[in-house]
Design a protein around this ligand. Structure first.
Ligand code: FEO
Ligand code: CA
Ligand code: CA
Length: 720
């Protein structure tokens, strides 16, 4: 979901609920001693520092290989309604909204009359990960011609309330909404796993594969980690607070070192309704503060009105009000069962989904794992995507055992590494250093907080944003994807944009405040976003150093105040979101989810060969009396940052994964045509986009989110 001020639909990524007065309101106690004792004995063996070969992502024989230069001609900016790739490359659509996932599901008609949504591709393809299969169908990190794609189906293209391309006449925007429409919408969210293969010439998905799977808002899920069984997770569905139903608004993804798929629940809060009197009903309930902090004020209207479908649990669960006598009588806690990292074993259609509460509850984008080293903790990085939210790190208690990379029980490895550990939040300092602050009851600032009453680590796991407020974490410009550079372990985090950033709140790590024009419309704040970069001596360190790898900008913007990274027509971009380092080549892929520069170009995918933290200089920005000094990486050149792809109209480019040989990349194209008016749902001439039908894929003309595969015509490695 993007920040496009001209769009018709409500932008649910524009959450704005961090009203905490960081960093000034709390007296931050010294927590360094705490951390030092926690990591006693965790010193990393110097010889193991460069090891990448044991990560699930790095493939045997490929680990550490990196390309030295980007061997393609950059793609020009365009507003054409197609996927544009460099000369010598081919993009092919292989899997779109509605495609059948069983052998007996009818072909997709794409006219709003299709049924059997639990056996079809979901909507709004987002993060995506490759899980290889060998010829006999066993998991393989090496085979490159057959595999599973596990991906998120984040949301649906909606105007006002209804998901309009999946209903014949665009759906009902008024309340109450028909149950028959809601039933479809409940099924097009979630995750899918789909088998794909190539015959050496063309890739295709396999509609009848036994590996194909759909997970929706209705799938039973286990709650695991510190919050399991918490009183705040008790619902009518699970009176003991150990289970939940479904996953929602799944955005970014990751691949664990033990070969499972992990998915972040992002803008889930918008799907819930609270009665206008709910604050009064809950009078003494500390959750009122948390509900507000997580974006749901009493009286809030829900995104799709799912709670209005009837009295059945299927619909009632979306009303997060305290309606009964006790929590087990209603769904007052239903929101607390969303906002987690969800783990799925892509190779086992029968394996239960697990919400890993130790990684905190927020608007999760993705989760990326640092390079694993034998006998060291597993470390992962995450962003909370909303204006003024934070960047997090998780460190497992268990030490990495390389045997777990190939273990038979992958979710047992998840239990081992993701249920017990410590969550940290980032605090940036002006001098280019920063620290990871522990979020647990071991930190006295949290245990003794007067800001919010934390009684246990379960409370920290559920009310993570409040714990991060309490330690005065640094409010960032919408943290999106994190990625770890396989060459040197540096962590990159995209900060997509922030319309709330003002001169008063500008700081060294979020230094730009400016006005940009889109046509005659003024856009303010950090309009185009940036990418921050962190380095550590070792991943478990509390201290880090940082700089800004890249300031996104229009090429023509002022180089002293906006275009600080000296971008040109070959590589200018706005609103970086997806960021993934290729394990095969080391190329850093950057994707955009933009609404600011879309008068000039559709969203895009760029390839980068970044340097390292500290390779640039400091720059000082003057805002009247106030100056802000920041740390800028060496500006990229058209040789080290190039546009590789431009998507169709209205689409965000999101999610990218590859075969282990780097010769095929899979990219998701989300919500083409989303700025179409619902009144035009049966008037193709007025669609903003007719992709992928206009690329020769599938029936009907309604636009569909889809996965594309990109190959090089000479069979070579992508990007080289
Ligand atoms: Fe779903 Fe933050 O993008
Ligand atoms: Ca502009
Ligand atoms: Ca995203």
């Amino acid at each position: 979901m993007h920040h496009d001020t001209t769009r018709l639909a409500t932008d649910f990524n524009e959450e704005d609920s961090n009203t905490s007065s960081n960093p000034a309101f709390v007296q931050v106690l010294e927590t360094r001693l705490n951390r030092r004792s926690l990591f006693k004995g965790a010193g990393m063996a110097g010889a193991a520092l460069g090891a990448t070969a044991l990560t699930g992502c790095a493939t045997t024989g490929q680990a550490g290989s990196t390309v030295q230069q980007l061997g393609f001609k950059p793609v020009a900016k365009t507003t054409a309604d197609r996927v544009s790739v460099p000369e010598g490359y081919t993009a092919q659509v292989i899997y779109a909204l509605g495609d059948p996932l069983t052998g007996n599901t009818p072909a997709f008609k794409n006219d709003g009359t299709d049924t059997e949504w639990g056996a079809r591709a979901g909507d709004h393809h987002d993060g995506i990960e490759w899980f290889g299969l060998d010829a006999s169908g066993q998991p393989s990190d090496r085979f490159a011609s057959r595999g599973l794609l596990a991906m998120n189906h984040e949301a649906t293209t909606d105007e006002k309330r209804a998901s309009f391309f999946i209903h014949a006449n665009g759906g009902t925007a008024t309340l109450p909404r028909p149950a028959s429409e809601i039933d479809k919408e409940l099924m097009i969210h979630g995750i899918s796993v789909v088998e794909v293969q190539t015959d050496g010439k063309k890739w295709a998905y396999k509609p009848a594969s036994a590996f194909n799977r759909r997970v929706t808002t209705m799938t039973d899920v286990a709650l695991s980690g510190p919050a399991k069984g918490s009183e705040h997770l008790v619902t009518r569905y699970s009176p003991d607070g150990t289970r939940a139903r479904g996953t929602l608004n799944n955005c970014g993804t990751g691949r664990t070192p033990w070969g499972t798929f992990v998915s972040g629940e992002e803008n889930w809060f918008g799907y819930f309704h609270r009665d206008a009197k709910d604050d009064d009903t809950r009078k003494k309930d500390k959750q009122v503060q948390a509900l507000n902090r997580y974006g749901r004020k009493a009286g809030a209207a829900s995104r799709h009105g799912w709670e209005s479908g009837g009295s059945a649990d299927t619909y009632a669960r979306w009303n997060n009000s305290a309606l009964g006598a006790r929590a087990q009588d209603d769904y007052r806690n239903e929101m607390n069962t969303f906002g987690y990292i969800v783990e799925l074993d892509p190779y086992n259609t029968g394996a239960q989904l697990v919400k890993r509460t130790a990684l905190g509850r927020m608007g999760h984008e993705n989760v990326t794992f640092d390079r694993v080293v034998a006998d060291q903790p597993v470390v992962a990085y995450m962003g909370d995507d909303a204006r003024g939210e934070y960047i997090y790190k998780f460190v497992s208690n268990a030490k990495w055992d390389p045997k777990d990379a190939q273990g038979a029980n992958r979710l047992a490895a998840g239990d081992k590494y993701l249920d017990k550990g410590t969550l940290f939040v980032a605090r940036f300092k002006e001098d280019g250093t920063g620290e990871w602050v522990e979020l647990s009851m071991k930190n006295p600032v949290i245990a003794n907080s007067s800001y919010f009453e934390f009684k246990s680590d379960a409370d920290v796991a559920i009310f993570t944003r409040l714990a991060a407020d309490a330690v005065a974490a640094t409010k960032m410009d919408r943290p999106e994807w994190a990625g770890v550079n396989p060459k040197n372990g540096e962590v990159y985090i995209t900060l997509t944009n922030n319309s709330n950033r003002t001169v008063a709140t500008a700081d060294s790590a979020n230094p730009r405040v400016y006005t940009d024009l889109k046509g005659s419309k003024e856009q303010k704040g950090n309009v185009n976003g940036h990418i921050v970069r962190l380095s550590h001596s070792k991943p478990t360190d509390a201290a880090f150093r940082w700089d800004i790898y890249l300031f996104a900008s229009e090429a023509g913007a002022d180089k002293a105040t906006v275009n600080l990274s000296n971008l040109t027509d070959e590589n200018d971009l706005s609103s970086p979101d997806g960021l993934v380092f290729s394990p095969a080549t080391g190329v850093c892929w950057i994707q955009t989810d933009d609404g600011a520069y879309t008068d000039k170009t559709n969203c895009m995918l760029l390839a980068a060969l970044p340097g390292q933290r500290g390779d640039g200089s400091t720059k000082t920005l003057a805002y009247g009396d106030k100056t802000v000094t920041t740390h800028v990486g060496k500006p990229p050149s058209p040789a080290t940052l190039k546009r590789f792809l431009v998507g169709p109209r209205g689409a965000e480019i999101t999610g990218i994964t590859e075969t282990p040989d780097g010769r095929a990349i899979f990219v998701n194209v989300q919500h083409a045509g989303e700025n179409t008016a619902m009144a035009d749902v049966n008037n193709p001439a007025k669609f903003e986009s007719q992709w992928p039908a206009n690329a020769g894929y599938g029936a009907g003309q309604r636009p569909r989110s889809a996965t594309i595969v990109i190959t090089k015509n000479d069979g070579g490695v992508i990007g080289t």
